[in-house]
Design a protein around this ligand. Structure first.
Ligand code: GLU
Length: 312
């Protein structure tokens, strides 16, 4: 048994890795963005960054992978942090309810008049990227710069091959963006929004990079250098939306199994937050039917189940 007050992260990571490796062969590597299909299906890594500055990792925890939708956590955080109205305007253009539909669905957007259900489905993330573009003039650059600063990894960058592959096969995202624009809910040209959206999704980063960059949420809004990115209340809100909407159409199952706010991506990464304690990231490219990594969810499930440590 683990002491919930004093977690033995190396032992927990070892147990989580063993459970994740036992899922070998389950799930499929995403191939709708062809460049993603080249990932090694058996790769697995996991890392923890505590609020006290400790860092632990197992397996391929320092190997970069395509972060994809995990980037949406950072674009949302920056768009909120840089808003001068506490995010009121942003929340008029995007909701915060689970969608109950696939992440790239067009149907719901039509019935809801171009206001996406939440910031983590593709439609919502396009609106967030648009607002971040207006706030910074370089939405994907702002995400990259934040990731580099927090992780201390100056080499972290967009993978141009993945970004180009996304653009080439991005008919559905283009349709979503045009549809949102037709309802007057984009401030920038559709092509600009798509370019920056693909560029932040196509960032290559490791579990190590992501736990360091995501730890501001575990510190209730405080960055690595001790400055405040956002208020404690804003950090709470992001964690809440991560819990309810962060893992595609399986957020209920993820809350049931893992019990943490988290964001997954089709590259197989899942970044989760233990508020007040740590950021945890697991990665394995094989995905379940909802689009979440089989190995990463198993690893996070193991960590919270063995430690008894979750938000519940
Ligand atoms: N860039 C991907 C897309 O738009 C993100 C998918 C994901 O990770 O959910 O399809």
């Amino acid at each position: 048994m683990f002491d919930v007050e004093n977690l033995d992260y190396p032992a927990l990571l070892e147990a989580a890795e063993a459970a994740a490796r036992a899922t070998t062969g389950r799930g499929r590597v995403a191939d709708y963005i062809p460049a993603l299909a080249e990932a090694d299906p058996e790769a697995f890594g996991m890392a923890v960054a505590t609020v006290d500055g400790e860092l632990y990792g197992v397996g391929d925890w320092e190997q970069p992978f395509s972060i994809q939708s995990v980037s949406k956590l950072f674009s949302l955080a920056l768009a909120l942090a840089y808003s001068s109205d506490g995010g009121a305007g942003l929340w008029r253009g995007v909701g915060r309810e689970p969608s109950g539909n696939p992440f790239n669905s067009l149907v719901q957007l039509e019935t809801e008049h171009g206001i996406p259900r939440n910031p983590f489905i593709n439609a919502g993330a396009l609106v967030v990227t648009d607002r971040l573009q207006s706030l910074t003039g370089d939405a994907s650059g702002a995400v990259r710069q934040f990731l580099r600063r927090e992780s201390g990894n100056p080499l972290l960058d967009t993978d141009p091959v993945v970004a180009a592959s996304e653009a080439e096969h991005g008919h559905r995202n283009a349709a979503l963006a045009h549809f949102i624009a037709s309802h007057g809910n984009l401030r920038n040209p559709v092509d600009t929004v798509l370019e920056h959206y693909y560029a932040h999704c196509a960032v290559a980063a490791s579990c190590r990079d992501l736990v360091l960059a995501g730890a501001f949420l575990a510190r209730y809004g405080v960055r690595t250098d001790g400055t405040r990115l956002m208020t404690r209340s804003e950090a709470k809100r992001i964690n809440a939306v991560l819990l309810t909407c962060g893992t595609y159409d399986a957020a209920g199952e993820f809350a049931f199994r893992v019990g943490l706010p988290g964001k997954s991506g089709v590259g197989g990464g899942v970044l989760a937050i233990l508020p007040g304690r740590a950021a945890v990231c697991a990665w394995g490219p094989r995905l379940d039917q909802a689009g979440n990594s089989v190995a990463a969810v198993t690893a996070l499930d193991t960590l919270t189940t063995l430690s008894g440590c979750s938000v519940f």
